[in-house]
Design a binder for this molecule. Sequence first.
Ligand code: HEC
Ligand code: HEC
Length: 411
Amino acid sequence: MSIGTCRMMMMTLPLALAADGSAADEKEQATLSLVGKEVFLDSTLSNPSGISCMSCHQPEAAFADPRAVSPGAVLGRNGRRNATSLMYAALIPNMDQEDMLEDDGSQNWVWQGGLFQDGSARTLHEQVQRPFFDHAEMNVGSEAELASKLRRASYAATLKTGLSEAEWGDDAKVANRAYRALVEFLKEPVFRPFDARIDDYLAGDGQALTMQEKRGLEVFKNKGKCADCHFLHATSWPEPLLSDFGYDNLGVPSRGDKDPGLGGHTLAGEEVGQFRAPSLRNVALTAPYFHNGSIASLREVIEFYNRRDLEPERWGPTDYPETVNKADLGNLGLSEEEVTDLTALMEAFTDRSLLRMRERGERFPELVAGTPASWKMRSYFPDWNHSAPPLPPHPPYRGQLLETKTLPTSQ
Ligand code: HEC
Ligand code: HEC
């Protein structure tokens, strides 16, 4: 989000779990995660069959899609946004509001977190359901259809553990089991190794970055203002996620159809055209860039930040010029060398586990020794209590001010 001279932002940290979960819960989590991987790879669930989660979230692209938009199960139907990386996706905070203290002392409410680049899924649990039923993605007709395919899957017996016979007959319960399984899978250590060179550097290893990358880091922190939105410090997780998960309209080049982003579902005019700031972890592997895949390379992304307002003809029209952030980017005054240094720095954000996987031609990254298990980290995940937090009262949501008195007390 745009940061004026001294806006203050708080992130909500999960409360420590009241009691230690039981060994049975730990086992349940492990089982769900195993079956989650099977669901993730299963290309028989789509209608027609043929695509799985992995078709659009490819390991060698850090589980993003190297194509600007992804083709769905139905021939000729394409999505409209660039598929994001699933690395660190289970660490994205739930959609919520934070109060910001403006320069003039007034208080403002801003959205933060949420899944999909427009935050239209409040939680990961809500998010993983949608690709199944999206007509431009897996195109499953109904939860009943999904449940019947799941009951016939090779991993059905594992999916069934923990469900009674009656529950196994209930379509919603069977589908929900698969959603929980996907969430547990995405929380696995392979998706959050924190083994990029920037991690070593931030942990005190001065040799982990080259001289050029160190110069790039200075630009990232100061003249480029990148760290104002792509945080280098830890917030909701013990390690930095390189994002504040706030929303902004950067004025990226239009690809035709207008995409209203955040404002499309909050229905607040000033939020139209805004998208969530992504984590920059593994960004060197996830071209093309921005929510619509409109920019092909990292160097161009940085040239765009640096010179957007000086060369409008180079970038062309944007979807919603009226809400573009003019304060924090567009004319940064970076020299050619600074642009080169900053571009080089982005390589230091790549996890070595993914680089090794690519070098060896393997299909899945290996576990990095020392990455804590999901069970150990359970109170840090936004999904820690497996339920959606109450919708916050501000600002008017879908054009209506919510009734504060009906909301559960905030934690
Ligand atoms: C046809 C392509 C396609 C398939 C199949 C697909 N996805 Fe996605 N996925 C996308 C696109 C495109 C986005 C970004 C959409 C957006 O931001 O609105 C996305 C976003 C996501 C996100 C959100 C990440 C973030 O940064 O907010 C998650 C998590 C995710 N997908 C998981 C899955 C899972 C799990 C499956 C299988 C059940 C799946 N996807 C199947 C294309 C696909
Ligand atoms: C005002 C907040 C803000 C600042 C400052 C900022 N970014 Fe971003 N960044 C965003 C948002 C929001 C997006 C997503 C925009 C979209 O997709 O429409 C983004 C997207 C990106 C992407 C594309 C990632 C992807 O996977 O598509 C890169 C790379 C990036 N930023 C790098 C930088 C660098 C380098 C700087 C400093 C020169 C910087 N950002 C400064 C908010 C910011």
